[in-house]
Ligand binder design. Sequence first.
Ligand code: MIC
Ligand code: SF4
Length: 642
Amino acid sequence: MGKTLTEKILEKHLVSGAFIPGEEIAIRIDQTLTQDATGTMAYLQFEAMHVPAVQTELSVSYIDHNTVQIGFENADDHRYLRDVARRYGIYLSRAGNGICHQVHLERFGKPGKTLIGSDSHTPTGGALGMIAIGAGGLDVALAMAGRPFYLTCPQVVRVELKGKLPDFCSAKDVILKVLSIFTTKGNVGQVFEYGGPGVATLTVPERATITNMGAECGVTTSIFPSDEMTRLFLAAQEREADWAELKADPNASYARTVAIDLSSLEPLTAKPHSPDNIATVREMGAIEVNQVCIGSCTNSSYKDLVTVAKLLKGKVAHPGISFIIATGSRQVMENLARDGYLADLIASGARIMENACGFCIGNSQSPPSGGVSLRTSNRNFMGRSGTKDAQVYLVSPETAAAAVITGRFTDPRDLGIAYPSVAMPRSFHLDDSLILIPPKGSDPEVVIHRGPNIGAPPHNDPLPEILAGEVTIKVGDKITTDHIIPAGARMKYRSNIPKYAEFVFEPIDEKFHLRAEEIRRAGRHNVIVAGLSYGQGSSREHAAICPMYLGVKAVIAKSFERIHAANLINFGILPLTFVSEDDYGRLDQGDRLEIKNLPGNLSADGSLHVENLTKGFTFRVKYELTARQKKMILAGGAINSL
Ligand code: MIC
Ligand code: SF4
């Protein structure tokens, strides 16, 4: 039997276990990436491991998320990250150089390598034929310390692409189609491996849009073969030597195959408030639009922006539209400038932002109250834009440009203009001067500056004998990490857990932290009850650390998303699932719950009895924990168990 590309790369990196889907494996990690919003905590944890220098082939620290500096906090984080990078042998991509995923694709990703990153969109690197996985900061810190990365061996799903994209349809429409098929839940433990004749028609940046948003499906990662297109992209980056041809065997077998005919696609959108709420742009009618944001790590390649520049040439943004552009990297921005397209975009009324996450994470450019915002980014969760009642739609750059012209939702095919086909350049103008290369190994002389907002990672106690719990909050399905611990304006507290913890569940229930403190003071443990797919979205481990800090010991959900479940375990919080989902309906906020003899019961058969003391009934929950994870949970988290 032949092998999938996923299996080939994972097998080459296996440290323990075998390629048996569903079983735990450990793999060697070649490359890591962090970004500033998750990186500070990751490096604080790395420092606590007392390893003299990073043990990977390459580790890169990016400053791209918290680049709006209102107050000293973010600037202090940037300075800390610069010092830590030099001290421990980490490359530093300075603020202004671009978004981690785009820059990593351009300058560092390599076919056949493994990459983990403390950001859920790390799978963007799969566009180059590498296994690139999003993880919590602690897992990345462990990889930098030379330890393997543990994951559930994935099932490989083949997405077979046929045909060729029609005019005015682009990679965003492909991944929105994928999201309409797979949705944002139920794909945990899978890898989407792209294949078929349609693959050859897509450039690496287009593939990157697709692998990037695979994160919205909740898969472990997505991957494309490394082929002639990959070679051309790497050659354009003067990195042809990094290229190798990689593909699945023709007789490889897959858990499932889904075919998509690119030729039959039409412009799509993800309606508020979920990336899988898909409709055609035509179906939307002529809804009035207030804001258009083009950029983010999903759609801000050179080709994306040149297409927009060409569509808008000679036109000015409709008076009703605030038109925002945030390019993915300094390289893209500089090439647009050198080729004259930046001038065209400025002439069309674009408000040019930094090469950074910016609007995507809601730390700037929030839309007006109740406003409609069309964005080329990857997430439209409620409130993420910074405006609670805004209506955010995810669209392709082509559809975004059409709305800039008309002020309304418009199918770009109805603009009545010819589609500007844009080829990927044979070579990009390259300038890595904003990447600081560290000295080989470590430099113990470097003084690490820490501002007053940077605290040590918090301590957790071992798991108690008896969980004397109270349901602090009961939430529904598809709760994202943006609900659990918001980003945007709150993100500057990432390095200050006591302060950041005040915002746990802020978008749903501002009083959560007060209740949690009260329950903890009363000597009880906080328990969160949730529906399906708990912890979607961002990889931020703060969605586990801050609840841990507030005394949360267990989350009982119908199901969990992968990165969040791993983060909960890393920080000593039990992820439990209902044996019978009906029991979800029988629980309410305030119910007292008890689980007896936790250490003893955890080592048994994978299920636990929970007594509802308030209502007088018992129900069963299950857990899927390996021996390694049980040890970690019992110790109160990974740091304690180390
Ligand atoms: C996101 O897109 O939600 C983020 C902000 O990039 C997060 C990381 C973070 O919360 O810092 C992610 O995707 O993991
Ligand atoms: Fe940044 Fe948005 Fe990409 Fe997250 S999804 S890395 S916030 S651009």
